[in-house]
Ligand binder design. Structure first.
Ligand code: ZN
Length: 182
């Protein structure tokens, strides 16, 4: 990403809208066909709990420790859950929408969000690198699941057309009025 500008903030806001609408906890740019190294997350899946809402730009895992298996789903594959092995905690560096470098050290987060946040960070950074959690499935199941990715992108565009996700102009108004916190 060359610049963290208004366009990037608008897109992040749209991604958060979609994520909450789908009751997800994380969503990566390339899941909605936006070619940005960016993802949004809220381990509480609750738009009212803004303190748990994060936008990570150009995120990098700089440290990972331990190993733990847990169940994972993905907005690109509704209804599909799979046990996935991940690091037990990670240290991630990323830029926020203000262009400031932010560090996430997940073993220092409050217990209620630390485990899920660790999983979200790894899952979403995988997305940005083109790795899907289904890549951890066998080859046949993986092939079947991959066709669902395009369906999800198409569904997102349709939801936008139906007005279920605010169009850019509306979000711009909300941002100007301070209605959307970023
Ligand atoms: Zn996913």
């Amino acid at each position: 990403m060359t610049a963290i500008d208004k366009q990037v903030r608008l897109q992040a806001a749209q991604m958060l809208e979609l994520m909450y609408a789908a009751r997800g906890v994380g969503l990566a740019g390339n899941q909605v066909a936006w070619p940005y190294q960016l993802f949004v997350m809220n381990p509480k899946a609750d738009p009212a709990q803004k303190e748990h809402e994060h936008v990570l730009i150009n995120p990098v895992i700089v440290e990972r420790r331990g190993s733990v298996e847990g169940e994972e789903g993905c907005l690109s594959f509704p209804g599909l859950y799979q046990r996935v092995r991940r690091a037990k905690w990670v240290k991630v560096q990323a830029y926020n929408t203000e262009g400031q470098l932010v560090e996430y050290l997940t073993n220092q987060l409050p217990a209620e969000v630390s485990e899920l946040t660790t999983r979200i960070l790894q899952h979403e950074i995988d997305h940005l690198e083109g790795i899907l959690f289904i890549d951890k499935l066998g080859p046949v199941a993986r092939l079947a699941a991959r066709t669902k990715v395009k369906d999800f992108e198409r569904e997102f565009r349709r939801a936008q057309e139906r007005g279920e996700i605010p169009p850019d102009a509306e979000l711009e108004k909300q941002l100007a009025g301070g209605a959307v916190e970023l």
